[in-house]
Design a protein around this ligand. Structure first.
Ligand SMILES: Cc1cc2nc3c(=O)[nH]c(=O)nc-3n(C[C@H](O)[C@H](O)[C@H](O)COP(=O)(O)O)c2cc1C
Length: 211
């Protein structure tokens, strides 16, 4: 495995500042729709989110569930490591890499919990099995064994057969209130296109970055 010799050539597309217009979120939706159409991108909504707890960064993948005018939404367990990190420091970074399109998008913003009705609505839309998993899993806690988790899950499902399940308080949406977006398009000879957008007094300031 000689990683030194890995060399990918990027030449699929280009990105110019004028392509963005004056609304980078609208432009993100355009790129997102393009990513949805590519066979090799199985989960275009998979994004890596980074948080900081006591000065130590952590990253992990979650699924984007809604793109709003100024925010992105995902769902999680509020008592997880990321939940703990965000209640201590709400600054968050979310990034997408769509390899077949040679595109990366990085968001920076501030996280807050979505309102309870919104979380309830999404929770109800999930299959019963996923609802049960969200209820019984103490995300990010050490467990004795996988079998113990399965037993807890099966016992819960047996007891709650035919009942409609209520969203637990420890589970719900996180909204990333966007402050900054960077679009990256791979180019020939590593001279990539990068466009950075900052939200300043409710207006987008859009600039080009050196690769
Ligand atoms: C493709 C993929 C999608 C995932 N989606 C979610 C998600 O939407 N919400 C979530 O809490 N965890 C999701 N996970 C699991 C997280 O990556 C992570 O393991 C979990 O949230 C615990 O993270 P934490 O201990 O840093 O809080 C996903 C993992 C993968 C690989």
């Amino acid at each position: 495995m000689k990683l030194f010799n890995y060399r990918k050539f990027y030449d699929k597309d280009s990105l110019r500042i004028n392509d963005l217009g004056n609304n980078p979120i609208k432009f993100f939706k355009k790129w997102f729709k393009e990513a949805e159409k590519v066979d090799g991108i199985i989960e275009p909504n998979a994004m890596t989110i980074s948080t900081i707890l006591k000065n130590r960064p952590s990253s992990r993948v979650v699924l984007l569930k809604e793109i709003k005018d100024r925010s992105l939404v995902f769902f999680t367990n509020y008592n997880s490591k990321k939940g703990e990190a965000l209640s201590d420091n709400p600054n968050i970074c979310a990034s997408f890499y769509w390899a077949p399109l040679e595109r990366q998008v990085i968001f920076k913003g501030v996280a807050s919990k979505t309102d309870e009705n919104y979380s309830d609505t999404y929770f109800k839309s999930r299959p019963l099995e996923s609802q049960a998993a969200a209820i019984i899993s103490r995300q990010s806690q050490v467990i004795e064994s996988y079998e113990e988790l399965l037993n807890r899950y099966n016992n819960f499902l047996n007891k709650n057969k035919n009942l409609s399940l209520k969203r637990p308080n420890h589970w719900g949406g996180i909204e990333i209130n966007i402050k900054e977006i960077e679009f990256w398009q791979g180019r020939e000879n590593r001279l990539h296109n990068r466009i950075i957008c900052h939200l300043k007094e409710n207006k987008w300031e859009i600039q080009i970055l050196s690769p």
